[in-house]
Design a protein around this ligand. Sequence first.
Ligand code: HEM
Length: 451
Amino acid sequence: DLPPVDLPPVDLPPVDLPPGPRLGWLQAARYVAAPHPMLRAAAARHGDVFTIRTARRCVMTGKPALVRQIFSAPVDQYAVNAEAGPRRVLGANGMAQLSGRALRRDRRLLLPNFQGAALTSLAGMMRDAALEVAESWTPGQTVLMREAALAIALDIILRTVFGADTPDQRATFRAALRDFDHAFTRPGFLLLSALHVEQEWLPPFRRFATARGRLEALLRQAIARARLDGPARGDVLGRLVAARHEDGSAMSDAALVDNLITTAIAGHETSVVSLCWALHWLHDTPDCLARLLDELAPLGPDPDPLAVTSLPYLDAVVREVLRLWPAVTDVNRVLAKPMQLGGFEIPAGMTVAAAAAILHHDPELYPEPDRFRPERFLKNRFAPWEYIPFGGGERMCPGAQFSIFELKLLLGVLLARCRFTALAPGDPRPKRVGFLISPRAGVPLRYEGRR
Ligand code: HEM
């Protein structure tokens, strides 16, 4: 197996890197505030590959052929991000900290539980999470979709992945996850992590360790419960504790805990942001909303959740949402060895990135790229290096199928049942929320009542 490579946190010696905007705090601030237009402007000005500063100095591309090269490189081309910050938050035993054969081995065990037939048994849990929130709305009320989506998406992770099937269990997990989230997003924790300070006795790290310890203890109890109940429960954890590697061994408890925490972090806010963009674009493009409602109508106001997930236009809507405002603007890989990219030799230790924000707006692939036109996904199929909302290659998002299934189901169930009026129509102003870009106003809709 490839050991994680400890990377120099500071800049590398000067080498002949691709051109790019002047690297400095102003450029970094523009990237943080509004990466979509900033990355597209940099590509228009500097060409197919350019150098910019994101979290690190990075060589970026949105050209299909080069994106393909990044995602199809051999396993030993990339290193794990061995910085202490992500390792502390996500843990040392989950898939985010593996590379090479160890990563492949654990992904082979993990991924089937988030895909294909495994999704079927999650549909009812997803629908229940959505309806519990929708039933609290009264006609005439303003619903801030960001808040509603946060409640629904977290509930879905707790029910479908953690296997928390009672309201009490979910309330306990919600509180523990909230404390954990606060602990690693506090300025003190972020600053010390960015400065690579390692002293665990410092108060922000101690507070974080307490919050993570509490969450870990709850997850260990959930793992023990799942072992007793067996896989018949149908949730991801129930399947995971029963799953075996090819040599017959099970995933360790430490790896299960870290993978559950990674899943909660990676799979929660991304779904919220994408659901918000979907509801924004549908209400901003009445023809598309009407076409979707026509498709849903034969299924009635309380549609079978599985029937919803096989509707073709709904599928195209979700894919178009993920194209137009990809929640993750660029996907990074740290080089373990030098790489030839677009005529440049990029040295080991540098980061290369495939930019969905650029690729998804290539007018040769997506004519009128700024328009919300789901039909393009009915007429065309795109290669894995032409459409990358979930990244690609060995590290591609393990929740890709799960998310598309979840987004279709939530949109279908909510729109078949509820009538809304948009309260902030027009072009959305984006806003950064953590690593992601979300509609600024949070998509306020007036709930008009049931269909
Ligand atoms: C619309 C929703 C989502 C989007 C847009 C999204 C996007 C992404 C992207 C771009 C990556 C990086 C992939 C790469 O490096 O090639 C990623 C990683 C990841 N995603 Fe998702 N994701 C979503 C939902 C989910 C869900 C629902 C789950 C779990 C149920 C999940 C679990 C993960 C995990 C665990 C990783 C880290 C994999 C690793 O580091 O090896 N994601 N996601």
